[in-house]
Design a protein around this ligand. Structure first.
Ligand code: PGA
Length: 251
C-alpha cells in the first residue's frame, strides 16, 4: 500500500511573512496528519521560516530546485548542504517551468536526482507533455523519454525515496485538469516503464503524483485512481483552505 503524498509548490510566491502565515494556517489542520505525507515547498527565501513553523509536526518541507554540484563558483545556485541545514527533506526537480524557461535538460535533471538521493534528500521528478505533443499523439514517447533519462542509473532501492510527478504542461495553471482517466492512463504507463527499468517491487513502491490544476473539486476523483498516489499542487496550495481540503480528499 503506497501512502499518498500531497505537496504544495508555492513557486515564486509568498514573502517570508506570508509564508509563515500560510504554513501556520495549514499546520492548524494538518500538524498531526498521519494518513498522507504533507510537504510544503516555499521559495528558498522562506524555507527557514517555514521549517521553523512545522518543526515538531508531521509536515515536511521541500525546495523547488537544487544544484547538481556540491559547492563552488555557481552564482545563484543552492546546494544540498544548504537545504539540509534548513531541515529540507524533499526537492522538486525538473519542473516544466524550469525545463521551459531555464532550459534544464533530462541529463542535467538526472544529475540532480542522483545528487539528491546520494545526500538523502527525496527528489520529486516532474515529467509531462506539452499540448502540441498530446495533440500529435506523442504523449507516451515524450513522457517515456523524460522518465528513462531522468531516472537513468538510479538503483531499484531508491524508488521508495524518490517521487515522480506527472504534470501535463497544458494543465498547469490553466484550470484545465486532465480527466481522471487520462491521468490514470499515463500514471499506469509510467509505472510500467519503472517496472521495465528496475523491476516490479520498485514499480509497486514508487509514488506517482498528479499535478496540473488539482483542486478540492477534482482531487477526490483523481486520488481515487489506482496509480495516482498524490498531488503536486500549485495555485490551490497558495491558500490554506483549498490545500487542506485537497489533503483531506486523499485520506
Ligand atoms: P497548478 O500547478 O496546480 O497551479 O496547475 C501545478 C504545478 O506546476 O506544480
Amino acid at each position: 500500500m503506497r501512502k499518498k503524498i500531497i505537496a504544495g509548490n508555492w513557486k515564486m510566491n509568498k514573502t517570508v511573512q506570508d509564508a509563515v502565515e500560510l504554513a501556520n494556517a495549514i499546520k492548524l489542520d494538518l500538524a498531526g496528519c498521519k494518513e498522507v505525507d504533507v510537504v510544503l515547498c516555499p521559495p528558498f527565501t522562506a524555507l527557514k521560516a517555514v521549517s521553523d513553523v512545522v518543526s515538531e509536526t508531521l509536515i515536511s518541507v521541500g525546495a523547488q530546485n537544487m544544484s547538481s554540484e556540491d559547492d563552488g563558483a555557481y552564482t545563484g545556485e543552492i546546494s544540498h548542504t544548504m537545504l539540509k541545514e534548513l531541515f529540507v527533506r524533499y526537492v522538486i526537480l525538473g519542473h516544466s517551468e524550469r525545463r521551459e524557461y531555464y532550459k534544464e535538460t533530462d541529463l542535467w535533471i538526472n544529475k540532480k536526482m542522483k545528487k539528491a538521493l546520494e545526500k538523502n534528500l527525496r527528489p520529486i521528478l516532474c515529467v509531462g507533455e506539452k499540448l502540441e505533443v498530446r495533440e500529435a499523439g506523442e504523449t507516451e514517447s515524450v513522457v517515456e523519454e523524460q522518465v528513462r533519462e531522468g531516472l537513468k542509473d538510479i538503483p531499484a532501492a531508491a524508488y521508495t525515496e524518490l517521487v515522480i510527478a506527472y504534470e501535463p504542461v497544458w494543465a498547469i495553471g490553466t484550470g484545465k485538469t486532465a480527466s481522471s482517466e487520462q491521468a490514470q492512463e499515463v500514471h499506469a504507463f509510467i509505472r510500467g516503464i519503472v517496472k521495465d527499468m528496475v523491476g516490479k517491487d520498485a514499480a509497486d513502491a514508487v509514488r506517482i503524483q498528479y499535478g496540473g490544476s488539482m483542486k478540492p473539486a477534482n482531487a477526490g476523483e483523481l486520488l481515487a485512481q489506482p496509480d495516482i498516489d498524490g498531488g503536486l499542487i500549485g495555485g490551490a496550495a497558495l491558500e490554506a483552505r483549498s490545500f487542506v481540503d485537497i489533503v483531506k480528499a486523499g485520506i
